[in-house]
Write a new protein. Structure first.
Length: 305
């Protein structure tokens, strides 16, 4: 089976759309041109921080960005022109059920940018709404077939497994207990169900795991039936530096985990400081670069031990 990506991959994701509009700037409804430009400018700050980190020593061949077409088209073009690894989302922002941002025209938008990775964010719980899971799987299979047939962009799958009420009831409403006791097994089941439905990710982007054996379980599911080259990366979930560092350290020691995609933990505070005029643009760029480099160092150090 000719799928997978198994080289180191340290992604700076800033493809957030709804959260930039409502949480960073507090805007509701249709954006004006000026507001759109302001969000695009804030994303340029993150991109400049990423480039500064590479200039300061993060290996370019291991580094990558994930940014959306809506606010980051110019960034995607610049990154591709400069030989950076790029990823671009295909999903509508902020939806509980996966659907294409551009409907049946999804292929044209992928072709317009030819990102290294086409990324989807999907909420899928194997014990959740069966009809919704089937609808999502059908759309995702369509995308998977398209990507593997056209061969220019690889398939990055961000899997979120939100708790069902019955599952939370099982752990007396304790979300931390759900994350540790139930979510890892559900994630493994979700990966296998999606594979069986014809959804073939080259990289699985996974919520943080606290135990090494759970990381091993996820890799086993991702690699089953000769999918040996498929990679797994850890996402940050907006957690604090300490928690994200723990997740990266745990995952990095497990073969099959090739890197991470940590977004808000890196850029949110610097952008809020810039928005509130408490820091300069140069300081925000420098802080984003520092935080991203720090997570690269955490992962690389843990790989070597």
């Amino acid at each position: 089976m000719n799928i997978g990506y198994d080289k180191p991959l340290y992604i700076q994701p800033f493809d957030h759309r709804g959260s930039f509009q409502t949480k960073l700037f507090g805007w509701k409804g249709k954006l004006t041109q000026e507001q759109t430009a302001q969000i695009a400018a804030s994303k340029q700050v993150i991109y400049d921080g990423f480039k500064a980190a590479v200039a300061a020593g993060v290996p370019k061949e291991k580094a990558g960005i994930l940014v959306d077409e809506q606010f980051g088209a110019a960034i995607l073009r610049d990154a591709a022109a400069n030989g950076y690894t790029t990823a671009c989302p295909a999903e509508k922002s902020g939806q509980d059920e996966f659907d294409f941002e551009y409907g049946e025209d999804f292929g044209k938008h992928i072709q317009a940018f030819h990102p290294t990775f086409c990324k989807v964010l999907v909420r899928y719980n194997p014990e959740g709404d069966e009809a919704q899971n089937r609808r999502q799987s059908a759309r995702l299979r369509q995308l998977s077939k398209y990507l593997h047939a056209n061969g220019r962009s690889l398939f990055m799958f961000e899997l979120l497994v939100p708790a069902e009420k019955a599952q939370l009831d099982r752990v007396k409403g304790d979300k931390k207990a759900y994350d540790v006791e139930l979510r890892p097994g559900l994630m493994a089941r979700a990966i296998e169900e999606l594979q069986d439905a014809g959804v073939e990710a080259d990289v699985w982007k996974i919520e943080g795991l606290d135990r090494r054996e759970d990381c091993e379980k996820i890799v086993a599911s991702a690699h089953r039936d000769n999918r040996d080259k498929v990679g797994c990366i850890i996402l940050g979930r907006g957690e604090d530096d300490k928690k994200v560092s723990e997740w990266l350290t745990t995952a990095a020691a497990v073969p099959g985990f090739i890197g991470f995609a940590v977004g808000r933990t890196v850029f949110w505070e610097p952008l809020v400081g810039l928005r509130d005029k408490k820091t300069t643009r140069e300081e925000a760029v420098g802080e984003i670069a520092r935080r991203y480099r720090e997570f690269v160092e955490v992962f690389e150090k843990a790989r070597q031990t």
